[in-house]
Ligand binder design. Sequence first.
Ligand code: GDP
Length: 137
Amino acid sequence: MERTLAIIKPDAVERGLAGKILDRIEDNRLKIVALKMLHLSKGEAEGFYKVHSERPFFSSLTKYMSTSPVIVAVLNGEDAIKKWRDLMGATNPKDAAAGTIRKEFAIDIEKNSVHGSDSHESASFEIQYFFSNIEIF
Ligand code: GDP
């Protein structure tokens, strides 16, 4: 079993897509073992995305991620990191495969509705960024 961090980003929460996205998670044998809604400050978004601090879109990305609430969740399951990224689809919805969350729901390459950890290292950093051990079941 493996854990990964999922975020339902501001564009998706604002448009009332959280329930549909959580359904897809549970329908694909990923178990939600922690869940909360929070409104990130710009600084908290910068800390979360610090690996991207040199990228040209860092300022725009962290501003967007702090515009309105997000839903963060820890998912548990076999091959959870890859499984969740496969369900999400490619970063740019134009490149995302049919049937993926980003293909169906994302607005553009930045407002792309969902986040998922891309490795074991990032999953463990990202999970502890939002949750303490006693909040994960
Ligand atoms: P992910 O792992 O698929 O989320 O993609 P990355 O780790 O490469 O990028 C993190 C996030 O930054 C993406 O999910 C987008 O929200 C945003 N992003 C990535 N590339 C771009 C870009 O070229 N322009 C803008 N404005 N945002 C981007």
